[in-house]
Write a protein that binds this ligand. Sequence first.
Ligand SMILES: [Zn+2]
Length: 88
Amino acid sequence: MVERKRGRQAVQQRRRRLRAQPLCQDCAAKGLVREATVPDHIVPLVQGGSDEDGNIRCLCADCHQARTAEQFGHRRTVPTGSDGWPIG
Ligand SMILES: [Zn+2]
């Protein structure tokens, strides 16, 4: 389990990451130029992701929200058959 950095250290780390990736990575992938405001963990810490720079992508607030919903919003597990469709 990775311990999250707190306080001043976390603020400096966040600033450094946003300087390294000043543009939203998801928007850039769509050909858009938008300022990144949130360093996001590609693999969330609670899912075993690391707090290394390699696991960080900087996103704008909108993309961060979308990614978070993607990572944490669909926890519901539905049993599926061998054809991949939900059973029942
Ligand atoms: Zn974006």
